[in-house]
Design a protein around this ligand. Sequence first.
Ligand SMILES: [Zn+2]
Length: 347
Amino acid sequence: MDHTESVRTPASWVVVGLDNGGTCNNATVLDATGRFLVDQLVENPSLVQEGPESAVEQLAAAFTDILTMTSTPLTLVRAVGLDTPGPASADGVISSKGATNFSQVSWHGFDIRGALEQRIGLPVIYNNDANAAALYAHHRHFRPYAMGRSSVAAIVGTGLGGGVVESGRVVSGAAGMAGELGHVQIPLQGVLEDDQPMPQCNCGFEGDVESVASLTGLKKNLLPYWLARFPDHPLAQEPIDKAAKLLRSYGEKEDPLALAVFGQQAKAIGKLFTIAANFTDPDAYFLGGGVVEAAPKFRQWCLNTVREHTQLRREQIEVATFALVPDLDMAGARGAAVAALDRVQSM
Ligand SMILES: [Zn+2]
């Protein structure tokens, strides 16, 4: 056991982190000394497809269950951190146009943060899921120095999420839309092949980061082009959804088609990080998403390719670090809890 762990005194209070996803909620508890009381994934069904009422009840159940599981009295809880997929306002109001996970009309413009706060009678601090994961990556990496450092995180999933952290806190912006890194348009010289069509994003932009570095971009833009160039490839026979899912296993085997596709995604993220370098000049650049679960050698190749295509000045190279986002499946709940802890400490 880590010596510092064994001599810690019991904390006088805690915060709870709740990560709301399309199928499950994930819960954790963080004590006032910054120690997580849960080291595994603790989930319950999120029921978001049944509408806000069921979903808020499920979040309340996740809250009660995690306290029971960790033998934490309710009276010790000072606040709850909540994260959900976006788009939502900085204060947890789901977009008036709805969202992928919140398609029912009853979700449009729904204040999920306020509803949970009312239901459990404790302050609820909101972040979108990508920002929560970025915040956790930051605090996990910098630990006691987190409040004095800055970072940017790009997380590759269905879309390209992420976040910008300054002095240990998420930059949320006036409308809560800061850190929407997927929709930053990037220079595509050196990323696309000469005859490759301009990638289109669902947001209406073309040539933004998400149009290349996301599962959606992979299916819509990259794979159709590359499979046409490798007509004899086994994936050329598969439906595009299946081909996209299988691609990582080919990358791990250093398959040329897979490396060409993932190489383009890594270059696109490198271009994004180059913009970040000139914009906020962060201490750390984090890469997250499915790649974190890939075989170590392939994972490292992805991170190295991102790094090679991030143009830093010599002074920046000396201080900047590149790392993978750890504990991805727990990162949302943990980041939400970190935000709640910070809020209580600064009250
Ligand atoms: Zn976009």
